[in-house]
Ligand binder design. Structure first.
Ligand code: ZN
Length: 381
């Protein structure tokens, strides 16, 4: 089956201008001003001048719910297929969150497989906030090798009052096991690290790196825009070759307490000269947004996956010069950090995971994942 998208403004994520994109099965076959069809029967879709970009890869989501601080009444809800699809997230990566007691990796696996069967390119992490890490098979490396959707370990919590307060040895061992599993299975084998607002910042990761042979890319710290000091530290980490992840979900109270808004954080990362590719944006969908004052829980909301596309729409309308970097932060960069080399780009031989946004309103109109059209003109197929 061949599908030709015509008249699309392509962000690959590099801006390519108006291009045609040929889809053959589940892959992108060609990207050109005019694709040579050589007489093949082709289903032609006119993008009508809309923006065509890779499907979003979200390195941190909680499809089976994340938090639940303050009691069972606060358990965050599951995030389902339709929510991810309407958010343009074709590649959600699921993790357990604060609560790995009443939510398990078995449940997460089932939820991720449900997303896959519905057509998304969903993945997951083994482990949770805690060490020793929860696993599916009894061993981190075995999980990576034997369980298809498992890409790494996450979100291991550090510098947070809710974490296991892991020792350097525990962090090192967790990352080494993830790396071994990644090497054997051909996956990224990274540890997604939840960094809290404790004074330690990235120091636990630094300690693990300086006392081991692990490469800096073994760790992907997230929530690095939690405060300015942590963001500054993360910028240095990324300039040294590490990858960092900025959380887009927020509430006004977090910003009041010193969180750096995601777009502002992205701009300062770029302005600081962090290598192109070493930063990403994630939603933390399904995660809790607990509001603590003086160590006491004041309230709690849940994050949604739509924040990435909302941010992108704001950028496309208000500051289009930042559009390519913003798109890269939601597509190519996270895919690379996770070792998903065929995702997050509009190039021949890459997976045909892409979105089309309306030319004028930037609303999401079409979603393709692995060559399958999941959304047509705003309606779910
Ligand atoms: Zn987290």
């Amino acid at each position: 089956m061949l599908t030709l998208i015509t008249n699309a403004r392509v962000f690959a994520p590099e801006p390519l201008g108006t291009r045609q994109v040929l889809i053959a099965g589940d892959r992108i076959a060609a990207v050109a001003e005019t694709v040579d069809l050589r007489g093949n029967a082709v289903d032609v879709i006119d993008a009508d001048g809309g923006i065509l970009l890779p499907g979003l890869v979200d390195v941190l989501t909680h499809p089976c719910g994340g938090g639940g601080e303050g009691g069972f009444q606060n358990r965050t809800a599951e995030v389902g297929f339709e929510a991810f699809l309407r958010a343009g997230v074709t590649g959600p990566v699921g993790a357990l969150g604060t609560d790995s007691i009443t939510r398990s990796l078995d449940v997460l696996y089932g939820t991720v497989m449900e997303l896959r069967r519905n057509g998304l390119d969903a993945f997951m992490y083994t482990g949770s906030y805690r060490v020793p890490a929860d696993t599916l098979t009894g061993d981190i490396a075995r999980d990576l090798v034997l369980v298809d959707p498992v890409l790494g370990v996450g979100e291991l919590a550090i510098s947070d009052h809710r974490s296991s307060q892991p020792t350097t040895d525990e962090i090192r061992r967790t990352a080494a096991d993830a790396r071994l599993g990644g090497i054997i299975s051909g996956k990224g084998g990274i540890v997604l690290v939840h960094v809290g607002d404790g004074e330690g910042g990235l120091a636990p990761i630094r300690d693990a790196l300086s006392t081991s042979d692990l490469p800096i890319t073994s760790f992907l710290p997230t929530h690095v825009n939690r405060n300015q000091a942590l963001l500054d530290e993360a910028i240095e980490f990324a300039k040294e070759g590490g990858c960092i992840d900025i959380t887009v979900s927020s509430v006004p109270e977090f910003i009041e307490q010193g969180e750096v808004p995601a777009l502002q954080a992205l701009e300062s990362v770029i302005a600081a000269g962090v290598p192109d590719g070493n930063y990403s944006l994630s939603s933390d969908a399904g995660g809790s947004l607990p509001l603590y004052r003086d160590g006491k829980l004041q309230g709690l909301q849940a994050a949604g996956p739509g924040v990435l596309l909302e941010l992108l729409c704001d950028v496309l309308s208000g500051q289009p010069e930042t559009a390519a970097a913003t798109i890269a932060s939601m597509t190519r960069n996270p895919a690379r950090a996770l070792g998903l080399e065929t995702k997050g780009r509009i190039e021949p031989d890459c997976d045909a995971n892409f979105l089309i946004l309306n030319q004028a309103t930037h609303a999401l109109t079409d979603v393709f994942c692995r060559g399958r059209r999941l959304m047509r003109r705003g309606a779910i197929e």
